[in-house]
Design a protein around this ligand. Structure first.
Ligand SMILES: *[C@@H]1O[C@H](CO)[C@@H](O)[C@H](O)[C@H]1NC(C)=O
Ligand SMILES: *[C@@H]1O[C@H](CO)[C@@H](O)[C@H](O)[C@H]1NC(C)=O
Ligand SMILES: *[C@@H]1O[C@H](CO)[C@@H](O)[C@H](O)[C@H]1NC(C)=O
Length: 463
């Protein structure tokens, strides 16, 4: 053995003496750990890449995620499969009362309301919503239009032109509360007649659940304070029956508030809300009934926006800057809408009625989209939705002929650069946000001990 080999041997020996099985295990462990780190790292990266591909490029997912097809029609279909339309205003033909005949804007086409009266007279047994209905609404077309929910608007005509004189203080007895109850009855009967299609919704959670089960969420609204018989107690009972919005006025003033009427220059009665109107809003906030400002005068809208504790809606109104009629919302009112502390959260759900959309003959998908764009420009895209007014209107815009045509409007806005999140807001999320907040406000008011509003109409002498 050479010295060198000894040395090396010694070296080996020295190393051998240093040899510690635990160290070796630790080294192996370290090596394994770094291999594992590399593998996990690679897997994580792969996962993220796959996720990103799914989020942005895979078209199959629709709605919030997955790339939308370039073709606007296909994009609208894809989007609406995941986020169906929730509309704030549909009157089903068969619950349309003959009173509508007397409303000036209805007079342009007599067929539709006459059919409603003469064929059905509210006889739910005689109505088959699975078959093509006269008018704009039936189940096949609701499905084709990707409707996920709507407010069944219960409507009874108010005095102007309706041959029913309430008198100057709105105190003459009328049948309006009865007629409203009959319409709520018809809505409820039709909803329960088609349990595989409709499901009654009383909250935003109900709406989401209905949609997740493939049903059409069915909410109930009352279209006018004149249907309350001057009584806040009646509001409470409508709420108990499922009513979740009340329009403060229809085309005439009532004990609660001023209307904008139909033509410019209607003299105000209260200068906005009456004292009872302020009380009505307090009770609507406490119950969780949405304040609907469609049909109201600009002053009523401004006062209500300042006074309400909960967000509000316009169930079917468009933009006055686009087409100048009193029924449309002016910019100074749109400017009061927003999420900021000095503004009020609201959603303006556009009306398709051609005479509120454009000059005669010019109402189209494009001009309706102009209203959507304008409301979005002034109030923000989070504050616009779809109201429509189907079966409440006698003529329709070109390209938006009935409830099957909502995808055409979505396609038009997609073409104009609205992204998926904005469109999903437009088709329903914005309205659901308003409902959520109104429900929370009601819960807070009730928890804080607010008691039911006992205010009476001061002109009543019977109480
Ligand atoms: C309601 O409609 C059904 C089915 O068409 C019919 O049999 C029934 O007689 C109608 N009822 C009334 C009161 O008109
Ligand atoms: C309604 O009341 C007014 C008084 O305000 C009265 O002059 C009028 O005749 C009443 N109209 C009807 C239809 O009862
Ligand atoms: C209708 O629209 C066309 C095309 O935009 C326009 O030229 C025409 O002036 C419009 N008509 C009215 C009455 O506004």
């Amino acid at each position: 053995m050479t010295a060198a080999s000894w040395q090396s041997g010694e070296g080996n020996l020295a190393r051998d003496t240093d040899y510690n099985p635990l160290d070796a295990a630790a080294k192996r462990e370290r090596r394994a750990t770094s291999v594992r780190a590399v593998v996990y790292g690679a897997l994580t990266i792969l996962f993220v890449v796959v996720l990103l591909v799914m989020l942005f490029f895979w078209e199959g997912l629709g709605g919030y995620i997955g790339a939308l097809p370039k073709d606007p029609q296909k994009a609208a279909q894809r989007l609406l499969e995941a986020a169906p339309v929730i509309v704030s205003y549909i009157i089903i033909l068969c619950i349309t009362r003959h009173d509508r005949l007397h409303i000036p804007r209805m007079d342009t086409s007599a067929n539709l309301p006459i059919l409603a009266r003469s064929i059905y007279s509210n006889n739910v047994s005689a109505i088959d919503l699975n078959q093509p209905m006269p008018g704009h609404v039936d189940i096949p077309r609701l499905r084709e239009g990707k409707v996920g929910g709507f407010f069944w608007s219960t409507y009874v005509a108010c005095p102007a032109g309706a041959g029913l004189d309430e008198g100057e203080d709105y105190l003459n007895a009328t049948w309006r509360v009865r007629d409203t109850l009959e319409q709520i009855d018809v809505a409820q009967l039709l909803i329960s007649k088609y349990p595989e299609t409709f499901s009654l919704a009383l909250s935003s959670a109900d709406v989401k659940l209905s949609i997740s089960r493939g049903k059409i969420a069915s909410l109930i609204g009352v279209e006018g304070g004149h249907q309350l018989g001057n009584s806040i107690a009646v509001l409470r009972q409508y709420f108990a029956l499922g009513v979740r919005y009340v329009t403060l006025t229809h085309v005439c003033h009532n004990a609660f508030a001023d209307s904008c009427g139909l033509s410019p220059g209607m003299e105000p009665r209260w200068g906005g809300l009456s004292p009872l109107g302020f009380s009505l809003i307090e009770e609507m906030n406490r119950l969780g009934v949405l304040v609907d400002l469609s049909h109201t005068s600009d002053e009523t809208a401004k006062q209500a926006l300042k006074y309400t504790k909960a967000p509000v809606i316009w169930s079917h109104s468009s933009a006055r800057a686009v087409y100048d009629v009193p029924r449309n919302v002016p910019d100074d009112v749109l400017e009061m809408i927003g999420i900021a502390p000095d503004k009020t959260d609201a959603v303006v759900m556009v009306n398709f009625a051609p005479h509120f959309v454009a000059e005669p003959g010019n109402a189209t998908v494009q001009t309706v989209a102009d209203h959507v764009d304008h409301i979005a420009k002034i109030a923000g895209k989070k504050h616009v939705g779809l109201g429509s007014d189907f079966d409440g209107i006698s003529d329709v815009p070109v390209g938006l002929e009935d409830v099957s045509k909502y995808p055409a409007l979505i396609a038009e806005l997609y073409k104009r650069g609205w992204n998926r999140f904005e469109l999903v807001g437009l088709t329903g999320r914005n309205l659901l946000r308003i409902m959520d907040k109104a429900e929370r406000t009601a819960a807070e008011l009730q928890t804080s001990g607010m008691v039911p509003i006992m205010a009476l109409y001061d002109k009543r002498k019977d109480l």
